[in-house]
Design a protein around this ligand. Structure first.
Ligand code: PMP
Length: 299
């Protein structure tokens, strides 16, 4: 892992090697943390952070789901993120704010335990996604009946890890999970899209994280003449798609070229997928005026 000079912890800049927590940190035991993954891009007007407001809003939604009271306001966190990206000079990179129940007691219920918060930034260079061979996991994505819709809670990722171990053992690149009602949900850390008859379809499930990349793609594809809509999708329908791709802040847009050993379309990255990927790359790098509103320049 590439490191940086500083990590921000509860308002202080701490050297990378000193950014530690106690083993009695509640979040280590119970996954009682919430986090975000945010992407910073080099543009010709300097480094910009993609959809920072949306990510911070989701972080606060996640924190409230776990009953966390954060010691910093949304504005304070946004300023601290920009400052850290600048100080660490990451250029293209990843930003990971994480709020976690800290040192307190050993019980599951975190009442009275302080909620700490940290920001990590990681330089990435140019990150280009590869084509993926995926498998539908035996594990189901946790539903609204077992977690909170739209909350990015660390503990939820045990489910992602189980699915990844299962499919990697069988030689696939990435997992896809269904929800408890047998509809397509999402990948371990990405949303999925399908293309059928030149139309873009975003599988809808209350057990999938409402991704910011997904929302952006639905908007930008309409702008380039691609019809797009959301609906509930069964696995069978997905397997008969002309094109499939995963999307997320880190992944960006990654073509899926096979599912459960069956080729998707002609087994190559699809035409519409590549068109959307190109548009997305232009948008995040500030090359499309219409979407400049999504970029927060670090100044
Ligand atoms: N689903 C899960 C489970 C994720 O972890 C992510 C990554 N945050 C996504 C979907 C994609 O969300 P976003 O586009 O907001 O990064």
């Amino acid at each position: 892992m590439k490191t940086t000079k500083f990590i921000w912890m509860d308002g202080k800049l701490v050297k990378w090697k000193n950014a530690k927590v106690h083993i009695m940190t509640h979040a280590i035991h119970y996954g009682s943390a919430v986090f975000e993954g945010i992407h910073a891009y080099e543009t010709n007007k300097g480094t910009a952070i993609f959809r920072l407001d949306d990510h911070i809003n989701r972080l606060f939604h996640s924190a409230s789901a776990l009953g966390m009271k954060l010691k910093f306001s949304k504005n304070q966190l946004k300023k601290s993120i920009k400052k850290l990206v600048k100080i660490n000079n990451i250029g293209d990179g990843y930003i990971r704010p994480i709020a976690y129940y800290g040192y307190g007691n050993i019980g599951v219920y975190p009442k009275g335990i302080p909620a700490n918060i940290a920001i990590i930034t990681i330089p990435w260079g140019h990150y280009y996604s590869t084509n993926l061979r995926i498998k539908i996991s035996e594990y189901r994505r946790h539903s609204e009946r077992s977690s909170v819709y739209g909350a990015k809670i660390s503990g939820n990722y045990a489910n992602s890890i189980l699915a990844m171990y299962e499919v990697r053992k069988k030689g696939y690149d990435e997992a896809l999970m269904l929800d408890l009602d047998n509809y397509v949900s999402e990948g371990p850390a990405e949303n999925i899209f399908m293309v059928k008859n030149k139309t873009l379809i975003a599988p809808k499930s209350r057990s999938a994280l409402p991704g910011i990349t997904r929302k952006s793609i639905l908007e930008i594809s309409k702008g380039i003449g691609i019809k797009a809509y959301e609906k509930k999708v069964r696995a069978k329908e997905l397997k008969n798609a002309d094109e499939l791709f995963f999307c997320g802040t880190a992944t960006e847009i990654a073509p899926v070229i096979a599912i459960d050993g069956k080729r998707v379309g002609n087994g190559k990255a699809g035409e519409i997928t590549l068109k959307i990927r190109q548009k997305y790359r232009d948008v995040v790098r500030g090359k499309d005026k219409k979407y400049m509103k999504w970029l927060a320049y670090i100044g």
